[in-house]
Design a protein around this ligand. Structure first.
Ligand code: HEC
Ligand code: HEC
Length: 226
């Protein structure tokens, strides 16, 4: 599957970097919601073909977007909606990778232009402004304990490749992908960003929220070679 997509994307005519709006409309809008609002029903959420991008400028680190678009790697182990991509295994359900497709690749110039355009999509700024990240709140050994046992985050998120649940995005790259304010805000209220998302609001007290986010940032400092 991957090589086919790769060849396909390299054969597409090179689009001038200045034509960013055309790239977004023609090559991204069919899967990514660029205008909002978020899915209002479960049916719409389950049919979503890619993550919402209308608040990309408040969510992602732009340098990461630029690099990832040139060399995309899987972030959600079981795709956008995990129920569509799991199969029964001997002990528990397994991800059926044959049903997952690779992401299109952009050349360096297009990736730069597209990353800059996405950085300008700033819905939900009030949610971001309400957060203040405190990097000094070290999680210590409590980090993993909170993420795993106390708040049960690991049921859905992997803390290293293959270790953790598959219905949410991998956490060991989140610190590189996401702004700390977005992580704080999303943990505070997932439904404020995505009203129908299945991540529960765990009502994490504010100090523990800082520690969880610093724990997630620490996870990304280990370089997992995938
Ligand atoms: C066929 C559908 C499809 C198209 C077309 C598509 N994407 Fe995606 N995109 C996805 C899916 C699915 C993911 C989630 C990948 C994962 O979790 O591994 C994704 C992930 C991303 C991400 C990573 C962010 C995140 O939270 O996962 C970025 C950035 C992105 N796409 C940008 C783009 C841009 C820019 C274009 C157009 C040049 C584009 N995509 C075209 C389906 C698509
Ligand atoms: C029932 C499953 C579930 C549980 C439990 C859960 N999450 Fe999530 N989480 C999700 C899903 C689904 C998303 C949305 C992923 C996406 O964008 O497609 C998400 C998104 C996130 C994001 C944003 C990640 C991104 O890639 O955009 C962070 C940060 C996060 N969760 C942290 C946590 C923390 C911390 C906990 C525990 C307090 C937790 N989650 C518990 C399912 C879960």
């Amino acid at each position: 599957m991957l090589p086919v997509l790769f060849i396909f994307s390299t054969l597409l005519p090179a689009v001038a970097a200045a034509d960013t709006t055309a790239i977004l409309q023609e090559r991204c809008a069919s899967c990514h919601n660029l205008k909002g609002p978020a899915s209002a029903t479960l049916a719409a959420l389950w049919q979503r073909k890619g993550p919402d991008m209308f608040y990309a400028g408040n969510k992602y680190r732009s340098d990461w977007v630029e690099a990832w678009l040139q060399n995309p790697k899987r972030i959600r182990p079981a795709g956008m909606f995990y129920m569509d991509h799991i199969k029964p295994g001997p002990k528990r359900d397994l991800v059926d990778t044959s049903t997952l497709k690779g992401h299109l690749k952009l050349n360096a110039a297009d990736a730069k232009a597209v990353a800059a355009a996405l950085a300008g999509l700033k819905a939900n700024s009030a949610l971001i402004k309400a957060e203040k990240h405190d990097a000094s709140m070290a999680p210590g050994p409590l980090g993993e304990m909170m993420f795993d046992k106390i708040y049960g985050c690991m049921a859905c998120h992997q803390i290293e490749p293959g270790y953790g649940g598959v219905s949410g995005s991998e956490m060991y790259t989140a610190g590189k992908r996401l702004t700390p304010e977005f992580m704080l805000s999303y943990i505070r209220s997932p439904q404020a960003w995505d009203p129908k998302i299945w991540m529960p609001n765990k009502h994490v007290p504010k100090d523990n929220m800082q520690k969880l986010v610093n724990y997630i940032i620490d996870l990304s400092k280990e370089n997992f070679d995938e």
